[in-house]
Design a protein. Structure first.
Length: 150
């Protein structure tokens, strides 16, 4: 198990996630999530991360009777602050923090730019790999490379 403590989240993160502008509508965010089959969107303002909107956020807001998703903008519904990590952050430390604080995801950045998302589903994929490790080092590298390509 010692080898797994050295693995970074980059081995399991979702690379190059879609993002949304802070001034886009909730309707647009919901359409993007449905089309891409994902649940989290980093929110950007002039290329900088300013928040996160989740499918859960959208569902909650859309239950309010006086809210029109075609008029309300993402910045009015996004979560702040965002749990931000570096791609080299250890899998163990990130999973520990996510569990402790009940975060659904972490936004992965490098040099201030969003490069990935590490979600609870990604953490479960990592757990699965840990519980059923590949039989050889080359198989382990192939598993990590496969995840990096996704």
């Amino acid at each position: 198990m010692g080898q797994w403590t050295k693995i970074s989240v980059s081995a399991f993160m979702t690379a190059a996630p879609q993002t949304i502008g802070f001034d886009q509508t909730l309707e647009t965010a919901h359409k993007m999530m449905r089309a891409g089959n994902f649940r989290h969107l980093p929110v950007l303002k002039q290329g900088e991360l300013v928040g996160l909107i989740s499918l859960g956020d959208l569902h909650l807001i859309e239950t309010l009777s006086d809210v029109n998703p075609a008029e309300l903008t993402v910045d009015e519904a996004m979560s702040q602050p965002v749990y931000v990590i570096h791609a080299r952050a250890s899998l163990q430390s990130v999973c520990t923090a996510m569990a402790k604080h009940k975060y659904g995801c972490a936004v992965v950045t490098e040099k201030g730019k969003v490069v990935g998302l590490f979600t609870a589903n990604d953490a479960l994929a990592a757990l699965s790999a840990l519980l059923d490790p590949p039989r050889s080092r080359s198989s382990q590298r192939n598993l990590i490379k496969t995840k990096e390509l996704q």
